[in-house]
Design a protein around this ligand. Structure first.
Ligand SMILES: [Zn+2]
Length: 474
């Protein structure tokens, strides 16, 4: 088959406007009228992204060569009449976080999921992207293969999962783990301590791969965006993560360095958990509408807990360091009465309403915090029932083999039955599910008992109206 019949070709260049904008010009291999769709959300942030607010104009070129404005049929869709194959749009490009699109004199940073159109009926079509005004001398960090100067994506799911960072100057280090090449890229005025950074990445990578058995991608890219603006978070992809922290000088402080390493371990764990062991509601991703799932506590809670645990497992932090990380989680847990109002499963479903804002006081829990607390309780329960022969990680490895690798969407009942199976009885964790996943019971006493079983004393005290937790070896 002629590739051009099933490939959307897109030229991307910076506009010379006062407000930073990118101009996208797409050739669709279709003569029939269709509705061009812009994604309404991006994986990793389970709320509507409303990216159409960043589109300045949308126009199509008719057979005579003149441009006409395209009309919307929906907030995030434009009708492309029959005969128009070339569509051009201008997109606001001045946001620098881990899931955004931004440009400058020395940088072109694109997350396709917020700025590139797709054909809803032909999501199997491939893409060829050309960064028209990026000089050959620039470096390009991306998981996308490059062929004859074009970035190639196999289909919509692949494109939307593949951030692109092109810059005049990029810090680049590599290491290998289990035969897989890992790349660390960083853009910023200030950069982390190279030797320590690479050593710690290698340590948690080795540990995670050892516990899963293999790595699911042929390569992996840690892409660090370190702007001079206030930002701190990461976004996971199948063979990439983008981690943003700013202002860039933060990465040279001990706290900022450890925050980056903590996010990096979390995002790498996502390569298995959520990018492959993925809730059924997100398999595959439907970018056209909100896609709520009750399993945010698996996607983000287990990942938060395991990301930190692997820092300890690999020696990046010692036991005291792990206790401080757990205290940070527990402080957020005990100071949020919302967890006693809405279960973490219901809070997960509702991230699409207010999951990334403080929301109404006392209404909901956090999928990250309450999910991680629940993951810890599940981990200890499995270890208790199996004489420490198995753990939550044993269950996650089984889930990787049973649903992740074959890409079968994960359901709540599948998740809990695998945990119960590993623990050795069909109802081994039923109370934890009932009380702390689907229910709104207070887990403090269970946490104290689980810590005690680990040889740790968990206490809390009140300071200026806020609870403060403390974990110490007994
Ligand atoms: Zn995450």
């Amino acid at each position: 088959m002629d590739a051009s019949n099933s490939t959307i070709q897109i030229r991307i260049e910076r506009a010379s406007t006062a407000v930073p904008r990118l101009i996208f010009t797409a050739e669709f291999p279709s003569h029939e009228g269709f509705e061009a769709q812009l994604p309404t959300w991006r994986p990793g942030r389970y709320e509507l992204g409303q990216f159409a607010q960043f589109v300045f104009r949308m126009e199509g070129q008719d057979l005579g060569g003149s441009w006409e404005a395209l009309r919307k049929t929906d907030l995030h869709r434009w009708f492309v009449p029959a005969g128009i194959q070339t569509v051009r749009w201008e997109f606001y490009a001045d946001i620098f976080n881990a899931g955004s699109t931004g440009i400058g004199d020395d940088i072109v940073y694109i997350n396709p999921v917020n700025c590139i159109l797709y054909h809803p009926d032909h999501q199997d079509w491939g893409y060829q992207l050309q960064l028209v005004d990026v000089p050959d001398s620039w470096k390009v960090a991306t998981g996308l293969p490059m062929h004859n100067g074009l970035l190639i994506a196999e289909n919509v799911q692949h494109l939307m999962d593949s951030p692109i960072l092109a810059a005049q100057s990029l810090w680049h280090e590599t290491y290998e783990s289990n035969g897989v090449p890992f790349h660390i890229w960083a853009y910023g005025k200030n950069l982390p301590d190279a030797e320590r950074f690479v050593k710690e990445h290698r340590a948690f990578t080795d540990a995670q791969i050892a516990h899963f058995g293999d790595f699911p991608a042929p390569h992996y890219h840690f892409i660090y965006v370190l702007p001079e603006r206030e930002v701190r978070h990461g976004v996971e992809h199948e063979d990439t993560t983008v981690i943003a922290q700013g202002p860039s000088a933060k990465c040279q402080t001990e706290e900022g360095h450890m925050e980056l390493i903590g996010i990096a371990s979390h995002e790498l764990y996502h390569a298995w958990n959520v990018k492959r062991i993925r809730p059924a509601e997100w398999t595959p991703y439907d970018f056209s509408q909100a896609s709520p799932s009750r399993m945010g506590y698996v996607a983000e809670g287990v990942t938060t807990y395991m990301g930190d645990l692997f820092l300890f497992e690999s020696g990046v932090v010692d036991l005291a360091g792990w206790c401080r990380l757990m205290e940070q989680l527990l402080d957020r847990h005990i100071n949020n009465p919302g967890r006693l109002n809405l279960s973490v499963a219901d809070s997960s479903y509702d991230t699409w309403l207010d999951g990334y804002s403080p929301g109404v006081p006392g209404r909901k829990g956090s999928i990250y915090v309450e999910g991680a607390v629940l993951a810890f309780l599940c981990d200890v329960r499995i270890m208790q029932l199996t004489g420490s022969a198995s753990s939550l990680q044993t269950a996650m490895r089984l889930l990787w083999e049973q649903v992740g690798e074959p890409r079968i969407g994960l359901t709540e009942s599948d998740y809990w039955s695998v945990l119960n199976e590993v623990a050795g009885a069909p109802d081994a964790l039923e109370d934890l599910r009932r009380d702390f996943a689907d229910g709104t019971e207070d887990s403090w006493d269970s946490l104290v008992a689980a810590m005690e079983w680990q040889g740790l004393a968990l206490t809390k005290s009140s300071e200026n109206g806020r609870w403060k937790s403390r974990i110490e070896p007994k």
